[in-house]
Design a protein around this ligand. Structure first.
Ligand code: PNS
Length: 173
């Protein structure tokens, strides 16, 4: 990786996402990124373009902070607007994303190229562990709110916040 024409080693990685909610697949990628980089900033997007989040920004950040409390070099924050601008603001050396399957690659490739053209920062991909290749936040939410057991797919602190939300939803219907 080059910055100002000089070879550097990436030390600060940003790992962006919606995390609505964080899954064990996310946590696995965060833990592995923490082994590769001196510092990892997990950045929660405030308003994902694709949909309105089920969990508030506070809930998503709080789930991630609890799930990553055992990782001293990982911090959790949030950003609005363009990821490329935020990457420059916090002076991250590299963007890290997880790839579950070839189907993820198509959209991730154009996103990575756009982010590099806007910020000059590369995206590195970590392959998701195969046991999480079918796990997405959307599928976890759907199964959980229809009463299914997702305990093996979601970190325990996240499951607690999800359960409180489901109990609240049941009370108000
Ligand atoms: O967990 P997700 O939903 O796959 O994360 C997608 C995310 C948040 C990384 C992406 O939507 C994003 O970077 N949003 C910020 C807005 C932005 O920069 N859009 C242009 C991308 S080329």
């Amino acid at each position: 990786m080059k910055r100002n024409g000089r070879a550097t080693i990436a030390t600060h990685a940003i790992l962006p996402g919606s995390f609505d909610p964080p899954t064990n697949g996310h946590l696995d990628v965060i833990e592995r990124a923490a082994k590769c980089f001196a510092r990892v900033t997990v950045a929660v997007v405030v308003n994902p373009q694709k949909r309105s989040p089920m969990f508030s920004l506070d809930e998503r950040e709080s789930m991630l902070k609890s799930c990553t409390a055992h990782l001293p070099t990982v911090s959790v924050t949030h950003f609005r607007g363009l990821l490329a601008d935020y990457v420059k603001d916090i002076e991250a050396d590299v963007i890290v994303k997880g790839l579950r399957a070839v189907s993820d690659f198509e959209s991730e490739m154009s996103t990575a190229l756009m982010n590099r053209s806007l910020s000059g920062v590369d995206t590195l991909f970590l392959m998701s562990d195969q046991k999480y290749s079918f796990v997405s936040s959307s599928i976890v939410k759907e199964v959980f709110f229809l009463g299914g057991d997702v305990a093996a797919l979601v970190p325990e602190p996240a499951l607690r916040i999800m359960s409180a939300k489901r109990a609240g939803a049941h009370r108000s219907t």
